[in-house]
Write a protein that binds this ligand. Structure first.
Ligand SMILES: Nc1ncnc2c1ncn2[C@@H]1O[C@H](COP(=O)(O)OP(=O)(O)OP(=O)(O)O)[C@@H](O)[C@H]1O
Ligand SMILES: [Mg+2]
Length: 274
């Protein structure tokens, strides 16, 4: 679904490259999480997935980003808005309409989607984020988690095949975080969407992802299943990344020869001892 080949990028205002030869393949329906120290280029990489880089934000760009067969160099950003939904950190900055319904109708209206179909899409999107009863609400009155779910629903009405989320829960309280992650889980499991999530907490990553990508200083330094990646505790520690507590505990036990594998969840840890 996404193929990134030897991608280099330098912002005009910077002296060093921010992306220094990124290669990455993401399969259709895969849930991929990206993790890495602040400033390593995660958000920049996200902006290359819908062509904003290099089309809107220009700089020194080389390599290829191919999304569903389309090279981002060869198409306009608007052509990717139907394919790639992008959700950012701050839900407030993504909402502007007077009602939830208007918010959700905005994207498809701009594509001249027929009214009836827009209705169907709105109902579907609201049911996925579990907010059918907020259709006529003023988005400003919603909680942070609800706002972010509406931002996701607004993206869904464009029927994208890929959802890219850049730290979507970092400004939310624990309940808001849980609400958003449960929506992502549903989109992955039931709607089979391809999801790219930038997130710094490893617990939700362990629970949700098929693949974890670790970035440092503009490059991918490690990638694989959560089990394969979270086993590399010393490398991750060096980068300031804390694996889930249960994985760390079982990692220490594994090092000591007490268990054969690390665990990603408490349930898995329990099974290691039976
Ligand atoms: N629009 C921009 N113009 C110039 N430099 C930028 C721009 N956006 C980001 N940078 C620089 O590029 C580097 C990578 O930034 P980026 O936001 O991609 O990192 P990040 O991994 O998302 O960090 P964080 O975890 O803090 O969100 C940083 O040095 C940052 O200052
Ligand atoms: Mg960022």
């Amino acid at each position: 679904m996404i193929e990134i080949r030897d991608l280099h990028f330098k912002y005009h205002s910077q002296t060093d490259e921010v992306l220094k030869g990124v290669n990455l393949k993401i399969k259709k329906g895969e849930f991929v999480s990206i993790i890495g120290p602040s400033g390593c280029g995660k958000s920049t990489l996200c902006l290359t997935l819908n062509g904003i880089i290099p089309k809107t934000i220009s700089g020194q760009f080389s390599g290829d980003v191919i999304v569903d067969g389309m090279n981002t160099k060869e198409y306009e950003v608007s052509e990717f808005s139907k394919k790639v939904g992008m959700i950012l950190q701050n839900p407030e900055s993504q909402l502007f309409a007077m009602t939830v319904e208007e918010e959700l109708a905005f994207g498809p209206e701009n594509l001249a989607v027929p009214r009836e179909e827009i209705e169907d899409r709105i109902s579907w999107a609201l049911s996925i984020v579990n907010m059918e009863n907020k259709r006529d609400e003023f988005p400003g009155n919603l909680s942070g988690g609800q706002k972010q779910r509406i931002a996701i629903a607004a993206s869904l009405t464009m029927m994208p095949e890929i959802l890219v989320l850049d730290e979507p829960t970092s400004q939310l309280d624990p309940i808001g975080k849980r609400e958003v992650f449960s929506v992502l889980q549903q989109l992955h499991k039931e709607e089979k969407m391809t999801i790219v999530l930038v997130e710094h907490r490893t617990e939700p990553i362990a629970e949700l992802s098929d693949k974890v990508v670790v970035m440092d200083n503009g490059a991918i330094v490690l990638q694989g299943s959560p089990r394969v990646v979270f086993e590399k505790v010393p490398i991750l520690r060096e980068l300031g990344i804390m694996v889930p507590d249960i994985s760390y505990l079982t990692y220490l036990l594994k090092e000591g020869g007490y268990v054969k594998d690390i665990a990603l969840t408490v349930e898995e840890a329990r099974r290691l001892f039976i």
